[in-house]
Design a protein around this ligand. Structure first.
Ligand SMILES: Cc1cc2nc3c(=O)[nH]c(=O)nc-3n(C[C@H](O)[C@H](O)[C@H](O)COP(=O)(O)OP(=O)(O)OC[C@H]3O[C@@H](n4cnc5c(N)ncnc54)[C@H](O)[C@@H]3O)c2cc1C
Length: 337
């Protein structure tokens, strides 16, 4: 059983397609989402450009069955998962459910900001941007108009940098043509980053380049700045500054996707499942975690939450399962062997 048809889950399923095993792939959506381009859906790509039906991907793969279902609970001792359609037993399990937005307990952030982790969130954000311009077009109060045209992006990591750049291009490209009567000097794109530079973890030259590039696009970047709270009318910074803005975009943090049963396994502080080098959960042979959900340190640093890492983990898990199955077929004992 594989939970999640993202990069890790899909690659694990593909790898097992040629093995003598029956694979059940479960996802709460019936499409695989190419997350690295989600920021473009919030700006100008269509949703279907980055979502591909799982059933089409698996066409012609007889030993991989897909079901559309939400996994609610894992019972690693009984070796069952509980879904919205009932309990399903497994011999081997790959948990590849990815990660979700994390708001660090900042008041108002979950209710009043737009996260960017799912297709519906990408579409909702694009609708908000377009509606803000429509609202500004009929707003006579300058303060409220400026708030409608101010977009604050919390988080200067890869998603925040990519999205703010795409948003500035959308504003000063198509939207400038669509709203020629608006004063575009009233538009603001602001990136708030708690660390002292953009793109934490990347080489310094790239970090400086990104900063210059955003400045050239007219994007304000506030480094070393933390957020105290978010409301529907703006964002309050830790130093007391209030930025009037009707749209706060949250790209500041992620943590492991959670389900019931996680309490039986060891989690990192960001709620990712700790795994051994084989990607199995300590104490649970034959149960693997892969992709963003898995926490594994290499040279003292956790592996980054990136698509190539997820793909490699999915391939590692499927290779390990295929090896175990072959070993069992050769006469040894099941998954623990
Ligand atoms: C906006 C954005 C931009 C990014 N840009 C880049 C980039 O440029 N380069 C890069 O390498 N990485 C990028 N990443 C990171 C990359 O997308 C992730 O590291 C990668 O998607 C992780 O793969 P995964 O398989 O672990 O999880 P995901 O791809 O998130 O897949 C998880 C799957 O599990 C399913 N699922 C979750 N919970 C349940 C449940 N309870 N029941 C059933 N199904 C469930 C989900 O529907 C989803 O299909 C970006 C991420 C985001 C959000």
């Amino acid at each position: 059983m594989i939970v999640g048809a993202g990069f890790a889950g899909l690659w694990a399923a593909r790898g097992l397609a040629l093995s003598p095993v029956d694979v059940l792939l479960i996802d709460r959506n019936n499409y695989h989402l190419f997350l690295p381009l989600l920021y473009q859906v919030a700006a100008e790509l269509e949703a279907e450009d980055i979502a591909c039906p799982v059933r089409s991907i698996l066409r012609g793969v007889p030993n991989v069955k897909f079901i559309l279902s939400e996994v609610r609970r894992i019972d690693p001792d009984a070796r069952e998962v509980e879904t919205d359609g009932g309990r399903i037993p497994f011999d081997y399990l790959v948990l590849a459910a990815g990660s979700t937005s994390h708001f660090f307990g900042i008041p108002g952030a979950p209710e009043h900001s737009f996260p960017l982790k799912t297709l519906s969130e990408g579409v909702a954000l694009r609708n908000r941007i377009l509606r803000s311009f429509e609202r500004a077009a009929r707003e006579s109060d300058p303060g409220r108009r400026i708030a409608a045209l101010t977009f604050v992006i919390v988080g200067g990591g890869a998603t925040g940098v990519e999205f703010s750049g795409a948003l500035a291009e959308l504003i000063h490209g198509p939207l400038r043509k669509d709203f020629p009567f608006l004063d575009f000097r009233e538009t603001r794109v602001v990136v708030i980053e708690a660390k002292d530079g953009l793109l934490p973890g990347m080489p310094d030259t790239l970090r400086r380049y990104a900063l210059k590039k955003l400045a050239r696009k007219g994007i304000e970047v506030r480094l070393g700045t933390t957020v105290r709270g978010v409301t529907e009318n703006g964002i309050r910074l830790e130093d007391g500054t209030f930025i009037p803005s009707e749209t706060t975009v949250w790209t500041a943090g992620v943590r492991g996707e959670t389900f019931g049963g996680n309490e039986r396994v060891t989690l990192s502080p960001d709620r990712r499942v700790k795994v051994m080098p084989s990607l199995e959960l300590p104490g649970y042979p034959g149960i693997f975690a892969a992709g963003d959900l898995a926490y594994f340190e290499e040279a003292g640093k956790p592996l980054p939450l990136m698509a190539p890492v997820a793909i490699q983990m999915g391939e590692t898990a499927d290779g390990r399962i295929a090896g175990c199955v072959q070993y069992a077929a050769d006469g040894a004992l099941g998954p623990a062997a």
